[in-house]
Structure formats: structure tokens, C-alpha cells
Design a protein around this ligand. Structure first.
Ligand code: PMP
Length: 363
């Protein structure tokens, strides 16, 4: 055994050694339909104004540590009531981590339905929490309420994460069901609204009623994934605690200035989002017409579908070989056997995907 290997075994926690790093495949020169990005760039007139604005940025100085101007803009655009605080993260990934760090202690649990966004499980591991995944109903990925309420009672989770709509299944859980979960939870419930622009449903209006509820959003799916900006909304008391764990200057100046600028043109992004929602319906219909696929309803900017038995990986590989990258979900949760997830792209990309998938299916 080399010395490095020995030292790693001695010092790196076993649960970290057992983890696999979050894998991002190489997508150069591919039609990229794997990561729920908005496929549209900014119109030329916006780009010009943006570049001009960036010219005046002093990158020799640290960013505004509280990102005041950006927070004010978010408050305006998303109509966030003054009684709630906003906490910014370098992507909502960072916010999940801040929340988990704040509540982590030996034996404490982080609970989420399964399948869910993989970072919930991974971050629980990073911070030494136990992860409790409660399987969704296998037939339609809805919440199994008796199972989840029993798990909450048994495990008394410090925090529950619910993605609304859910990733990777794309469906929107029942509002009443989420309320039941909030009411039954002894700790925090974070409603993760990463895909809310495509669902037009939100728990922000419920914040005033539930003291254990926080709402998390991101600008990534809206079209600003490269800027890395997530935000958490909730009672000042909670957010003050997480803020202590935030590394200083976590939101860099270019992100602060660019996101604030972009949000003044929220209508441009709303237009792109509306287009994506329309194209999602077209894509779902086209998928449903291919032989042997089971297509699950989506309220997000992606669609989950199941390939004919035993053919999920093969279809994923066939698409990849033709230069189309989607996400293979087979091999993770047993509920996702032969399942693939495709992000809604531009109309031409969606057509190329459907044509290639049709050929791979022998249709
Ligand atoms: N929540 C959910 C449900 C997601 O699917 C993702 C990204 N795939 C995130 C949060 C993280 O998004 P970001 O860090 O880009 O804000």
C-alpha cells in the first residue's frame, strides 16, 4: 500500500471514502439534454448592456458580503414579504449544505422521498447525518403518505427535503400532502422549488403559517445556471443561524451584478420558460407515440420515461453514440429501472432526440 493510500485510510472518514463524486459527463459537441438547463441564451440587446455593466465591476475588491442590491431585486421580482429573510447560496446546492451543517449531529436524520435530488443524500453523508429515503409509489411516483408519516414519526428527522416538482420524476406532489408533512414534522421542512418556473406552483404563500417551513429557489433552471445562484426564503431566525455557516463572499461580484441585471428582464426569462413548457407538452406527446415507452407526466423542464424492459441503458448509449446526451437513471433507485430523463431543449434538439430514439427503438 502506498503511503498516500495508507494516510487516506487513516484520516479520511469512511463515509467520505465510500462516496462517489458527483459525476458530470463530458458533453462537448453534444446535444445536451441531461442537466435541466434552459437551452436559450440571452437576446443580443441584453448581452450588450450586460457587458457594458460588467466593465465597471471592480474585481480587485471583494464582493458586497450581503449582496444587498441583488436581494432587493429578488424580493421585488418574487414578491417576498418583508417579514421573511433571504439567504443566498452558490447554487441551491450550497444552501442544502448550510442547512444540513446547521442541524447535523450524531444520530440526526435528513429525510426525503426516494427517488429525489441526489444531493440530499450526498450532503447528509458529507455532514455525518443519517439519510432516510422513503420510497415514492412505484406506479406514479406520488408520495406514499402512510409510509412517509410513519417514517417521520419513527425517525424524527431534523430536516425533510421535498422537491416541488420532484427531480428526477418531474411530478408535483400534492399540496395537501406536503402540508400534512409540514404539520407532522418535528424539525424543518424545506420545499425545494428549483423547477417552480415550469410548474407555476409555490409554497411561498404558506411561509407565514408554518414556522418550520423554508422555501428554496434557484436561478439555474430559469436560465442562469452558469452564475450559480440559489436563495432560501423563510423566518429571519432560521436564516440567521445558517448565515453563520456561510463562507464570506460566497456570491461573487460577477454573479451579483449579472443576476441583478438579468432579473430586471424577468419577462425575457418568463418568455423562455413559457416556450419550454409548451415544448415539454410536444415532447411528451412525441415520446408517447414511440413504441413501448412509458412516459411520466411532468411539471418541470424535463421528462422521465421508462424504456422497454431491459433496454434503458442500451437506448441511453445509442443516443450518446449519435451525439445526444440525456440522463440514464437505471441502476440507482429500484423504482427507476430502465428509466431515462430528458431535458426539454430547443425544438430542433427535441426533434433530433425523438428521431434518434425512434431509430434506436427500431421504430
Ligand atoms: N434542487 C433540485 C431539485 C435540483 O434538481 C437541483 C439541480 N439539479 C438543485 C436543487 C441544485 O440546483 P443549483 O445548485 O444549480 O441551484
Amino acid at each position: 500500500m502506498t503511503l498516500t493510500k495508507k494516510l487516506i485510510e487513516q484520516w479520511v472518514r469512511p463515509e467520505i471514502r465510500a462516496l462517489h463524486a458527483y459525476h458530470v459527463p463530458d458533453a462537448r459537441d453534444m446535444i445536451k439534454l441531461d442537466a435541466m438547463e434552459n437551452p436559450y441564451t440571452w437576446p443580443a440587446y441584453l448581452r450588450g448592456d450586460w457587458i457594458e455593466l460588467l466593465q465597471d465591476v471592480s474585481v480587485n475588491r471583494y464582493p458586497d458580503p450581503s449582496a444587498r442590491a441583488l436581494k432587493d431585486r429578488l424580493r421585488d421580482v418574487y414578491a417576498i414579504d418583508d417579514q421573511f429573510e433571504i439567504l443566498l447560496g452558490n447554487g441551491s446546492d450550497e444552501l442544502i449544505q448550510l442547512i444540513a451543517m446547521a442541524v447535523a449531529a450524531p444520530g440526526r436524520k435528513l429525510l426525503a422521498p426516494e427517488p429525489a435530488f441526489v444531493m440530499y443524500r450526498m450532503i447528509a453523508g458529507f455532514v455525518g447525518m443519517e439519510y432516510v429515503g422513503v420510497p415514492l409509489r412505484a406506479e406514479n411516483f406520488t408520495l406514499d403518505m402512510p409510509a412517509i408519516l410513519a417514517a417521520i414519526k419513527q425517525h424524527q428527522p431534523a430536516v425533510v427535503f421535498l422537491a416541488y416538482p420532484n427531480n428526477p420524476t418531474g411530478n408535483l406532489f400534492g399540496e395537501d400532502e406536503i402540508i400534512q408533512i409540514i404539520e407532522a414534522s418535528p424539525g424543518l421542512v424545506v420545499v425545494d422549488e428549483a423547477y417552480t418556473p415550469f410548474a407555476q406552483a409555490s409554497f411561498l404563500p404558506h411561509l407565514a403559517k408554518y414556522e418550520n417551513l423554508l422555501v428554496m429557489r434557484t436561478l439555474s433552471k430559469l436560465g442562469l445556471a452558469g452564475l450559480r445562484l440559489g436563495f432560501l426564503v423563510g423566518a429571519r431566525g432560521w436564516l440567521e443561524q445558517f448565515d453563520k455557516l456561510r463562507l464570506p463572499y460566497n456570491i461573487n461580484t460577477l454573479t451579483q451584478v449579472s443576476a441583478e441585471f438579468a432579473l430586471t428582464y424577468a419577462d425575457v426569462f418568463d418568455g423562455q420558460t413559457a416556450q419550454i413548457r409548451e415544448d415539454r407538452e410536444r415532447l411528451a406527446q412525441a415520446l408517447a407515440q414511440l413504441p413501448g415507452l412509458e412516459v411520466f407526466p411532468s411539471a418541470a423542464n424535463f421528462i422521465l420515461f421508462r424504456a422497454p424492459a431491459g433496454r434503458g441503458r442500451e437506448l441511453f448509449a445509442a443516443l450518446k453514440a449519435t451525439g445526444i446526451l440525456i440522463k440514464n437513471l437505471d441502476g440507482g433507485s429500484p423504482l427507476l429501472r430502465d428509466c431515462l430523463r430528458v431535458t426539454v431543449g430547443k425544438p430542433g434538439e427535441n426533434r433530433a432526440f425523438i428521431a434518434a430514439l425512434g431509430r434506436a427503438l427500431g421504430a
